[in-house]
Design a protein around this ligand. Sequence first.
Ligand code: HEC
Length: 170
Amino acid sequence: MKLKRSLITGMLFALTATWATAHAIEPAPNGIAFPEGYQDWRVISVSHRTDNHTMRVILGNDIAIAASRNNQTLPWPDGTILGKVVWKEKAEQSWPTAIAPDKFVHAEFMVKDSKKWAKQDGWGYARWVGEELKPFGENTDFAQQCIACHTPVKNNDWVFTTPAKLAFPE
Ligand code: HEC
C-alpha cells in the first residue's frame, strides 16, 4: 500500500515536472519575459518578404491596438508590446497562387517602457526562435542587431509597420 502510494506520488511528480518543462519558456537574455497569450493579440498588419520567402503578421497587445486605432503611435505609449510572428511561405495546396504560412520561424517583440529602456529610446527587444521558442542571443548584446536594422525608422519611433487600414462600423 505504502509502495503504491509512493509510486503514485512519484508519477504525479514526474508529470508535474514534464508539464513545467513543457511550459517554462526561458526569458530573453535581457530579462524580457515571454509574452504569454500573444497568440490572442489582435492584428496590426501583415507583411510578406519576397527576398527570404517568409510571411509575417504584426500583432499588438491591447495598449498597442488602442494606440494604433487612435493614431497615437508617435511615440507608441508605455505598455505597448508589438509582436511579429514569422513563417516560411508555401503555396496553398488547392490554390497555388495563394501564398500561405508554412513552418513557424520565430516570434519577436518590442516592449515600450520609456524608463526601463531609456538608453534604447524606450524599446526593449526580444525574440524566441523555432517551435521550441528558444530565446535568441547569447547575451544582452543581441539587441544591437535589432536596433541597427531598425535605425532607418528611428524617426518613426523605431517601428517599420504602418497599421493596415481597417474598415469596421464605429
Ligand atoms: C535585417 C533587419 C532587421 C533585423 C536584424 C531586425 N528587424 Fe525587426 N523588423 C524589420 C523589418 C523590415 C520590419 C517590418 C515588418 C516586416 O516586414 O518584417 C520589422 C518589424 C519588427 C517588429 C514589428 C514592428 C515594426 O517595427 O514594424 C518587431 C516587433 C520587430 N521587428 C522586432 C525585432 C527584434 C526583437 C529584433 C532583434 C532580435 C529585430 N526586429 C531585428 C527588420 C529587422
